[in-house]
Design a protein around this ligand. Structure first.
Ligand code: SF4
Ligand code: SF4
Length: 289
């Protein structure tokens, strides 16, 4: 394992700082731009987009509906208006093309907190963690969906940190800070990538869309791998890389075709050997070599 100082350093030396961090920089730009667009209306009266991540209207015309929130709402017995269904279809189609968990790495503001915790964890060389199954998130998702069926209340939305962070930016954080502090502390001290990779039902919901998405990562040049482990260090779901990077003896394809890949592009950034490429499902190198 590398320490925080040398992680990705070889890639920076070989490719230069920008190329070795391009997807990280673009992701931050994407997250900040989305937040800014939502804030422009309430703060400056420039209404490019109205609403929040759960439900919004672009240029007064195009509706977006969070499929996770809409599904909970229907489970609670609410009948959505037709615009909500149109918004649902637009969002699902978008993520079907670019990858469902792109929401996690390119849109979700909580990712800023979990990435910060991850960075601090590496910088402080914290290695100990408690063992929690990554399957736990499926049970949480099931609970989030079933509870409204019996209670008629979207109980998850009362504590959903994604919605809370967005609401907090408009109306003040209030007790929301405590929630974000708990998530940060949990990822820093208890479990690496703990929130996104083990608990968050939003991420696992979007990963169901990911299964059919078009844009994929391919460890196409795995023959060039030098076993530096940098990609495993930065990947929020490192278990998904094992087969594509090291599967040549077991006839495992190079395509990272796992529903939990967030298409964050960090593996592409930090690999000094350019093992990874971004491709489409059709062009992917599915044949093992
Ligand atoms: S693919 Fe190999 S060389 Fe590239 S970052 Fe991962 S372990 Fe290192
Ligand atoms: S495999 Fe690469 S793109 Fe997918 S989550 Fe891991 S680091 Fe991000």
């Amino acid at each position: 394992m590398r320490n925080s100082n040398s992680l990705g350093q070889e890639a920076i030396n070989k490719k230069g700082f920008f190329l070795a961090n391009r997807f990280l920089i673009l992701r931050r730009l994407s997250q900040i731009t989305i937040l800014t667009l939502f804030l422009l209306g309430p703060l400056l009266g420039i209404w490019i987009i109205q609403g929040n991540l759960s439900s919004s209207l672009l240029l007064d015309v195009i509706p977006f509906t969070d499929p996770f929130v809409l599904t909970q709402s229907m489970m609670a017995g609410h009948i959505p208006i037709s615009d909500a269904f149109v918004g649902f279809a637009i969002v699902v189609l978008f993520y079907l093309v670019i990858g469902g968990r792109v929401f996690c790495s390119w849109v979700c503001p909580v990712n800023l907190i979990t990435d910060a915790a991850s960075w601090c964890r590496r910088a402080l060389k914290l290695r100990k963690e408690i063992i929690i199954s990554r399957q736990l998130r499926y049970w949480i998702l099931a609970m989030v969906m079933i509870l409204p069926l019996f209670t008629g209340v979207m109980s998850w939305e009362m504590i959903n940190p994604v919605s809370a962070l967005h609401r907090g930016l408009f109306f003040g954080m209030g007790l929301g800070w405590i929630l974000f502090f708990i998530i940060f502390a949990f990822d820093l001290l208890a479990v690496e990538h703990g929130w996104c990779g083990h608990l968050c039902p939003v991420g696992v919901f979007y990963s169901l869309i990911n299964r059919f998405s078009l844009i994929k990562i391919d460890a196409k040049n795995r023959a060039k791998c030098t076993d530096c482990m940098d990609c495993f260090e930065v990947c929020p779901e490192p278990q998904i890389l094992k087969g594509p990077v090291y599967g040549h003896n077991k006839n495992i394809a190079t395509l990272v075709n796992d529903m939990h890949c967030t298409n964050c592009g960090r593996c592409v950034d930090v690999c000094a050997e350019d093992v990874f490429v971004i491709t489409t499902l059709f062009n992917a190198n599915k044949k093992p070599h």
